[in-house]
Design a binder for this molecule. Structure first.
Ligand code: UD1
Length: 353
């Protein structure tokens, strides 16, 4: 059976999750059409990822860009609908939990096109996070649900979703091994000390007046130097608070980096402090202790396995000390398979047209 498979991406984590699957589909007999919403548009937030992975630019770039959630999601929905009507795909794949994900899922579901959610079933149980709203709604309008872990399968079951739920493993785990040799061969980023903590802070909940200055103060006061690739949202907020220059004195600020460079920084670091979802897992499989600056996480198994710990602003130093002082035995099996995308393509081939 020949399938017309469309996938919708827009933001950094979407690209990383989709690339192994795009490569696998491109090697198959099926046709793949890639739609980029334009949610991320800076070269180092988007183009660099495609170049590194040798993935052709998207067939359609909708150029939606930044804005409030309603505006951004609404514009994407309107534009994706037009592309789906034109292409008539058999299935639309939406990865992750961004505004691009929910827009793609909604557009396809309303046109009665099958929706496949890559990274289904994750829950942080905090609806104040836009990502949580995006994932719940995407799961509930998906026809095929590809779960990275058994906890994700259980979360869906608790919400009554049991049909066409597959534990396929995690494409981010797959990609980490696909790029291993290239990452090892990379030179280290300039001006990076031998020992350092790698940090990323850009979630909506942490980039607010009440939290961001406190988090930056703490990062600047740790015993080890902190390297912080700065997301544009955080940069803009620090500028608005007149804090960027001060922060630069205490923390090694670098521009957002591509996936290879980030993986290199991660591999060579001593530990990770982040509020990102995906980086908690990447830290785990690179065997780096992780402090997650959030109230809860959708990657519970990293906490249960002892590789990750939650911290509120104000607790980062103390939690980092706990993580650095204990012996962690990282379990390689936690995220399963290195052939997730082949498993997914086989499942897609069972779709009834
Ligand atoms: C989005 C995802 C988040 C993910 C993150 C990775 C949602 C709800 N959130 O958040 O889950 O972890 O991507 O980066 O979809 N900006 C630029 N250039 C860009 C992109 C963004 O300057 O190329 C700035 C804009 O000022 C924009 C702000 O960053 O307003 C936020 O961007 P947006 O895409 O809305 O959300 P992210 O914070 O990146």
């Amino acid at each position: 059976m020949y399938l017309k498979i469309m996938s919708i991406v827009g933001a950094r984590p979407n690209f990383v999750k989709m690339f192994p699957l795009i490569k696998t589909i491109n090697k198959s007999k099926h046709e793949h059409i890639l739609v980029h919403t334009g949610q991320h548009y800076d070269i180092n937030m988007s183009d660099v990822f495609f170049k590194e992975m040798g993935v052709e630019p998207a067939d359609y770039n909708l150029g939606v860009g930044s804005g409030l959630h309603g505006y951004q999601t609404g514009e994407m929905l309107k534009e994706i609908e037009q592309v789906i009507i034109k292409i008539e795909p058999d299935v639309v794949i939406v990865p992750g939990d961004t505004n691009s994900t929910i827009s793609g899922a909604l557009a396809a579901a309303k046109l009665h096109v099958k929706v496949a959610h890559l990274e289904a079933g994750l829950r942080s149980f905090n609806k104040a996070m836009p990502e949580e709203v995006n994932r719940i709604l995407t799961d509930h309008c998906s026809d095929l649900l590809f779960c990275p872990t058994h906890i994700a399968v259980r979360n869906l079951k608790n919400e009554g979703i049991t049909n066409n739920v597959y534990k396929t493993g995690d494409t981010m785990y797959e990609i980490a091994f696909m790029i291993e040799d290239k990452v090892n061969a990379m030179p280290q980023h300039e001006n990076i000390p031998d020992e350092y903590i790698l940090s990323t802070i850009h979630s909506a909940e942490n980039t607010i007046d009440e939290k961001l200055p406190k988090i930056m103060d703490e990062l600047g006061e740790l015993d080890l130097p902190v390297v912080l690739p700065l997301h544009p949202r955080t940069r803009n907020k620090l500028k608005a608070l007149n804090l960027l220059e001060k922060v630069k004195e205490d923390i090694i600020i670098i521009e957002p980096v591509g996936f290879f460079e980030f993986s290199k920084l991660l591999k060579d670091s001593k530990a990770v402090i982040t509020d990102s979802g995906g980086i908690q897992k990447e830290a785990y499989w690179h065997k780096k202790p992780c402090v997650t600056v959030r109230d809860q996480t959708e990657w519970l198994e990293t906490i249960e396995a002892g590789g990750n710990i939650l911290a509120n602003p104000g607790e980062i130093k103390e939690k980092l000390a706990i993580m650095l002082s204990k012996e962690i035995s990282f379990n390689e099996e936690l995220y399963g398979y290195k052939d997730t995308s082949s498993r997914i393509v086989k499942i897609l081939e069972t779709i009834e047209k």
